[in-house]
Design a binder for this molecule. Structure first.
Ligand code: PLP
Length: 418
């Protein structure tokens, strides 16, 4: 029963260092967030000890009466949050939710059509080294070269020519809302199922600040840890008619025992996401992204060859285009890291540079909004990023401005260690 600090000081030091890093820097990776203390508590609990293969009321193990309550709460809360008829809260991750969704909908060799990875799609939407690219026939669609947006008329033409069994709506790096009604009508026209992967924007949907794909889609998957700010994991939503196939695709199809501690954390996160505070936070997420997009699209930044893809954003992230900058994606990521801002480099569509270098940055506001940032702080963050990317700035002075922001918005206050 020795505490971590005594039993394993090396790992205790990792936790301490990571908490310090999260506290002392500005986290702007668009897919990251800070899970509330109550979620971390559920995750770091005795529920991790429990095997519960099966579903509530139909388990292959005894002693599931307590964890059944957690799973049922998670299911009911997420159904109500998104207006879904059916939910499966067992996927360990977004990728596993996606693998199960495809396994339930189609068979190996069938055709899927999603946004190409190089244009903002996800690995699980058909990338050739991923299970999705290996098991299924892939016809990827792209954004337009002149405006970096998905052209729904072209997508319709391509879908008619390709006749996919599954049409995929969803992205990991795309700064605009998708037209789910148009996706539905294209899917219907070509006889495809529509699968929406809302991993990135689910928190905005929950808050009513982004169109909800659930009414339009056959199946919707999501992660729980991005804008939703729950535990690292996945979830599947669908019409009731999919229940049997999806349940069996998750267990025993993809997974064994569900992570009951994580499922309890999901239940907590879904409860929080239904509240007014969560909605107010998501409004700051959107406001912050707009402020940063506007700043990085201003003429003084453009003079340094830096701009914002599509000229702005409707969501929680901004895609910075560095194709005309002296900085490549790697250099820009390193530069921001040196002032205490964490972002990730990201290929822009039609990127002339290799994927490990790239010509873009993906900058997200969810984590800082969780920390309490509003318009004033996001304006300051925009100024710091603009100054860094324009070049010639005093890095130490920018670092001091970052430190001041982190000091004003303490993360997990009162928590000594984790
Ligand atoms: N789907 C989309 C659109 C994503 O952006 C991601 C993660 O980046 C995933 C799925 C996969 O989630 P995970 O990393 O939990 O497997």
């Amino acid at each position: 029963n020795a505490p971590l600090s005594e039993l394993d000081p090396e790992i205790a030091a990792v936790l301490k260092d990571e908490l310090a890093r999260q506290r002392d820097t500005l986290e702007m990776i668009a897919s990251e967030n800070f899970a509330p203390r109550a979620v971390l508590q559920a995750q770091g609990s005795v529920l991790t000890n429990k095997y519960a293969e099966g579903y509530p009321g139909r388990r292959y193990y005894g002693g599931c009466e307590a964890v059944d309550v957690a799973e049922n709460l998670a299911i009911e809360r997420v159904k109500s949050l998104f207006g879904a008829e059916y939910a499966n809260v067992q996927p360990h991750s977004g990728a596993q939710a996606n693998a199960a969704a495809l396994a339930a909908m189609i068979k190996p060799g069938d055709k899927i059509m999603g946004l190409s990875l190089a244009h903002g799609g996800h690995l699980t939407h058909g990338m050739k080294l991923n299970f999705s690219g290996k098991l299924y026939d892939v016809a990827a669609y792209q954004v337009e070269e002149d405006n970096f947006r998905i052209d729904m008329d072209k997508l319709r033409e391509q879908a008619i020519a390709e006749k996919p069994q599954v049409l995929i709506a969803g992205w990991s790096a795309y700064p605009r809302q998708l037209d789910f009604a148009a996706f539905r009508s294209i899917a219907d026209e070509v006889g495809a199922l529509l699968w929406t992967d809302m991993a990135h924007f689910a928190g905005l949907v929950a808050a009513g600040l982004h169109p909800n794909p659930v009414p339009y889609s056959d199946v919707v998957t999501s992660t729980v840890h991005k804008t939703l700010s729950g535990p690292r994991s996945g979830v599947i939503l669908a019409k009731q008619e999919w229940a049997k196939k999806l349940n069996s695709a998750v267990f025993p199809g993809q997974q064994g025992g569900p992570l009951m501690h994580v499922i309890a954390g999901k239940a907590v996160a879904f409860k929080i996401a239904a509240g007014e505070e969560f909605k107010e936070r998501q409004q700051r997420v959107l406001e912050g992204a707009k402020i940063i997009a506007e700043r990085l699209n201003a003429p003084d930044v453009a003079a340094a060859g830096v701009s914002v893809l599509t000229g702005g954003t409707d969501v929680h992230l901004v895609l910075v285009d560095l194709r005309n900058s002296v900085l490549d994606g790697q250099q820009a990521e390193d530069l921001l890291h040196s002032v205490g801002i964490t972002v990730n480099r990201n290929a822009v569509p039609f990127d002339p540079r290799p994927p490990m270098v790239t010509s873009g940055l993906r900058i997200g506001t969810p984590a800082l909004a969780t920390r309490g940032f509003g318009a004033k702080e996001f304006t300051e963050v925009g100024e710091i990023i603009a100054a860094a990317l324009k070049g010639g700035a005093d890095i130490a002075a920018l670092g001091a401005r970052v430190k001041a922001l982190t000091a004003d918005f303490p993360l997990y206050p009162g928590q000594e260690e984790w």
